[in-house]
Design a protein around this ligand. Sequence first.
Ligand code: MG
Ligand code: MG
Length: 272
Amino acid sequence: MVKIKTLEEIELMRESALIVSKTLGMLAKEVKPGVTTLHLDKLAEEFIRDHGAYPGFLGMYDFPNSLCMSPNAQVVHGIPNDKPLQDGDIISIDCGSYKNGFYGDHAYTFEVGEVDEATKKLLKVTKESLYKGIEQFKKGNRIGDIGYAIQKHTEDHGYGVVRELVGHGLGRDMHEDPQVANYGKRNTGKKIIEGMVIAIEPMINMGTHRINQLKDGWTILTLDNKPSAHFEHDIAIVNGKPELLSTFKYVNEALGIVTNEEDAFRKKPFVM
Ligand code: MG
Ligand code: MG
């Protein structure tokens, strides 16, 4: 059952989401060759706690850390370790926070040093597909419209859309109804209604959409060992339209990226 949120609850959720956004912005400055994912995990945990929140993933389903850190061919749910990142890697960082009874859940795939052009393009197209999905999250549409838009954009580039893992409703629980697949058919699935809050999170592979899981019981990786990208935002339906609760502004600022891709999904200019 979909749990609809009041405007007051949506404001609390925005606070949780923005703590994650700020955490990703802080990490953007720290991601570089030689740094370990375990070190980044410790920085994030401290940062989240300093902002009066609890790391949303820590202990959830017995996950051992605060961040899911998935380099290169890892899709999602990678466990931080003491292996240094290398020049040319990509690293998907998924981060959760819990504050005032609500979760934030939001992810970004970073380049480590100099990344090759084909991988840069995978990241660009995956991020574009996230916004194409968000565009479809509006009153009157159905959840399948989101997956259709993401699948169309990424498959047009020859990429594989992971089937087994999906976006989700978000709120007092990290994973609520509805499931939000990154593939699908137009005009299918649950109706999108006022007060719905979801996390949209395309997981897009450079090659096959097929995946494997490591023996650790967590790490998901591509079957062909080609890279995979993951971007995630938290979005609410307010006045029938999608409103972003999370933002990549802090990441963009840290990386010197100038873009207006989020502007269409805000009722007012973003204040840092
Ligand atoms: Mg996430
Ligand atoms: Mg999620």
